[in-house]
Write a protein that binds this ligand. Structure first.
Ligand SMILES: NC(=O)C1=CN([C@@H]2O[C@H](COP(=O)(O)OP(=O)(O)OC[C@H]3O[C@@H](n4cnc5c(N)ncnc54)[C@H](OP(=O)(O)O)[C@@H]3O)[C@@H](O)[C@H]2O)C=CC1
Ligand SMILES: C[C@H](CCC(=O)O)[C@H]1CC[C@H]2[C@@H]3C(=O)C[C@@H]4C[C@H](O)CC[C@]4(C)[C@H]3CC[C@]12C
Length: 265
């Protein structure tokens, strides 16, 4: 398919080649949540090229089947109709597992916070609590394989961006939970890596393409990095400023927004 062809040149770098050589031995069985569209879909294509056995989840069966169609030569299991909106998602993990990539997000809005506490609660369930539940289900297998957990987050989970208050809250929660869990793994000699991915705005154009972003996430997980920044300069530099001049960074961020047509609450 065209998606698979687009992915090939971006594997040319040294880490890409090294990863391909070792992938067969290291990372065979992978779960990608929210893989019917966007970055998750692109991760499924990359993983398939590397010969992984992948299990992909989303709610919409038709979209997942379309992805599956492009992966027909590889081992791909679709788990459609999985909604993480309910309080406890049914555990969908059995057999062995090497890497759990938590990527799905629920729908939110891009506007001033409207005071809807119910929406914050629902989004926390989808974007945060289900990540916790999936991790708990997968942990026995990941401990056995000495595998990896990859958590897809955002700049909005490190810095206070306006207009995404509920979304941002869920992403900050992920950082707290998984950074703390990483410490405990280290103290208990649990050899399961945790990689938090800090992404800026991803688009389909040349600046931050989702195909390249997807590959960076997989590389970071396979190399057991603590955090992945994509793109590096435009995420890492603001974070360095944040630690020394938070008000200045807040000011710079606000300057990027045109709020003329937004309704104030
Ligand atoms: N795109 C961007 O600019 C940025 C993205 N990110 C992060 O990257 C990750 C991927 O983002 P992106 O590719 O844009 O996401 P998309 O909106 O393209 O994909 C979201 C996926 O989650 C699934 N999904 C939505 N709601 C639910 C639900 N209630 N239960 C289960 N699955 C659900 C969707 O499928 P379906 O609707 O069929 O269920 C879809 O497969 C996210 O974690 C996001 O926060 C971070 C920074 C920037
Ligand atoms: C404006 C921010 C980018 C600044 C930068 O270039 O570093 C964006 C960083 C994260 C974005 C949000 C996000 O995490 C995902 C959602 C994805 C949807 O497709 C669009 C709305 C988002 C809430 C998106 C909005 C812009 C960012 C805050």
């Amino acid at each position: 398919s065209s998606s698979l062809e687009v992915a090939a040149p971006s594997l040319a770098g040294f880490t890409g080649v090294a990863l391909l050589l070792f992938w067969e031995q290291l990372w065979k069985r992978v779960i990608v949540t929210g893989a019917s569209t966007g970055i998750g879909e692109q991760m499924a294509y990359h993983l398939a090229r590397m010969g992984s056995h992948i299990l992909v989840t989303a709610r919409t069966e038709a979209k997942l089947q379309k992805v599956n169609g492009k992966l027909s030569t590889h081992t791909c299991t679709c788990i459609p109709a999985i909604s993480y909106s309910t309080l406890m998602p049914a555990p969908l993990i059995s057999g062995g597992l090497d890497m759990l990539i938590l990527n799905h997000i629920g729908k939110s809005y891009f506007s001033y916070f409207d005071g809807d506490v119910g929406h914050v609660q629902k989004l926390l369930q989808i974007n945060f609590l289900s990540y916790v539940a999936m991790t708990v289900s997968a942990l026995p297998m990941l401990k056995e394989s000495e595998g990896s957990i990859v958590v897809v987050s955002s700049m909005a989970g490190k810095v206070g961006f306006p207009l995404t208050v509920p979304y941002s809250a869920t992403k900050f929660a992920l950082d707290g939970f998984f950074s703390s869990l990483r410490q405990e793994f280290s103290m208990q000699s649990v050899n399961v890596s945790i990689t938090l991915c800090v992404l800026g705005f991803i688009n389909t154009g040349k600046i931050s393409p989702k195909e390249e972003c997807a590959l960076e996430i997989i590389k970071g997980g396979a190399l057991r990095q603590r955090e992945v920044y994509y793109r590096y300069a435009s995420t890492k530099i603001p974070l360095l400023i944040r630690d020394w001049a938070a008000d200045f960074l807040d000011y710079l961020i606000r300057k990027c927004y045109n709020t003329e047509n937004l309704k104030k609450n």
